[in-house]
Design a protein around this ligand. Sequence first.
Ligand SMILES: [Zn+2]
Ligand SMILES: [Zn+2]
Ligand SMILES: [Zn+2]
Length: 362
Amino acid sequence: MKATLQLPTGVHRRYSALTREWILVSAQRTARPWQGQVEEVPAETRPSYDPGCYLCPGNPRASGEHNPQYHETFVFDNDFAALLPNAPGVDQATSVQSPLLVHHPERGVCRVICFSPRHDLTLAELDVPDIRRVIDVWVQQYVELGVLPFISYVQIFENKGEMMGASNPHPHGQIWANETVPSEVLKEDEAQRDYLSESGRCLLCDYLALESELRERVVLENDDFVALVPFWAVWPFETMVLSKRHLPSLAHLREEEKTALADALKRLTVRYDNLFRVSFPYSMGFHQQPTDGEPHPGWHLHAHFYPPLLRSATVRKFLVGYEMLAQAQRDLTAEVAAARLREMSDVHHKQAHLGESSGGEA
Ligand SMILES: [Zn+2]
Ligand SMILES: [Zn+2]
Ligand SMILES: [Zn+2]
């Protein structure tokens, strides 16, 4: 009888025996709607409501459901989720077994968060109280999904702009919460755990103390948060946003820290937009303590921003050839990138056109 490999028909992870990392496979996610490419209207002239947008208030989604007439934020289960609460396995007894073909079913939940009912306002264009509402939703979702027994990690992120694969121009973020801790998070988990056990201190608390003293890579700060270009940055204008206080997750934020985070995100994204006078594309997301029930004393809450642009609104960096095959490489140094972002105004260039002045700083 011919040997067969039985693979799950649902979501599963496959192990790469060569790189020792896991890959998430969501074969059911085929008929995803794509509104990214059809959007010809530049962000500058985007309407505040688009009758054809499946994220705008009151509009129908691919599932046939209608969005409520929401006034602040709106969260729903992704209609084309990469992860689902049920992931059927396979009959291992009848399948080929090999350490080179390892796979496991993977359960999870995928949600979408509309930042605002406004089709035309990005994080950079929302006011601090409105960004604060988005942060409240992130906190709530981290807690709500994290307590589910089959969720070990809650990944909160935003892909902004067609260049970063956003499937709809309506400003929104996503949450993918899954059964196992994903590869990138595992790497940081191990580094933070090792640093703690070797030095007795938190890696990112120590790193932040160093950067705050050197100041060369710090972009901006307020009472509770610092945004900086990390020493080891890969993307040209990559940044990290770190809490000044040692705290493992969004759920540990005090009320004033949530507002301070909103302020830091506002000022950082405004500077990004001002840099090349374009609605700056990026992928951003939070890294925080896994929700697998294990203690993670070394975890320090932070966000990463990975923007692709290099020299202008259209010239981007590609991670290709040498980067794919060998290692990350960059020309623009982290120090120069930080200096460029430091020089930018905290006043959004669109608002500046309207004659507003105060609030900027060198
Ligand atoms: Zn919309
Ligand atoms: Zn810390
Ligand atoms: Zn991280």
